[in-house]
Design a protein around this ligand. Sequence first.
Ligand SMILES: *[C@@H]1O[C@H](CO)[C@@H](O)[C@H](O)[C@H]1NC(C)=O
Ligand SMILES: *[C@@H]1O[C@H](CO)[C@@H](O)[C@H](O)[C@H]1NC(C)=O
Ligand SMILES: [Ca+2]
Length: 180
Amino acid sequence: MSSIRTTALLLLAVLSSLWISQQQVSARILTECEAAKELVRGGVERSFISHYVCIMKSESGLDTRKKVGPGHKASYAYGVFQITSDKWCSAFRPGGVCNKNCNDFLNDDIQDDIACAKIIAQREGFKHWKGWLKNCKNGKLPNVSGCIIKREVNLSDAEEMEEIEPEHLAHMTDLQDLVD
Ligand SMILES: *[C@@H]1O[C@H](CO)[C@@H](O)[C@H](O)[C@H]1NC(C)=O
Ligand SMILES: *[C@@H]1O[C@H](CO)[C@@H](O)[C@H](O)[C@H]1NC(C)=O
Ligand SMILES: [Ca+2]
């Protein structure tokens, strides 16, 4: 009797510790929706969001703590956008074009990563990312429109949604600059 009870308790303990470690692991891997929402919060234009999510998927598998290297000029690539220390950030102090310590691109707050990715896209276009050239430029972009709209909908936003097509078209020239 009591051994069944003990076994059951033990099983429960094992299962719940598995569950906890599962939770901890999944915290570092963003879902496409979480990534899209962070991009909205970071002020990325709606028509570019699926491109950025595609970059994050291709470069890091949406892993906020991924670090790869050494590569070109002994540089390392940091975080969800794989931002490199040869130019954009500095490994030991704030520096590079983004004036950031690269290690700040390895935590789970990706707002600073997004700010730097925007600077990279501005200067070099999405073609900076090999993952974008390979998987996003002519490939299928993730459809995140559902998860962006749901959270934010209210009456005036809903009206704004009607405008998405013309707005999207209006930004096509900007997009072209990034894509070329
Ligand atoms: C994208 O997702 C939205 C909402 O889930 C859906 O309404 C829409 O048809 C999808 N678009 C494409 C191109 O699959
Ligand atoms: C709805 O959106 C508008 C414009 O973004 C905002 O000014 C307003 O406060 C929002 N209303 C609610 C109830 O969230
Ligand atoms: Ca960060």
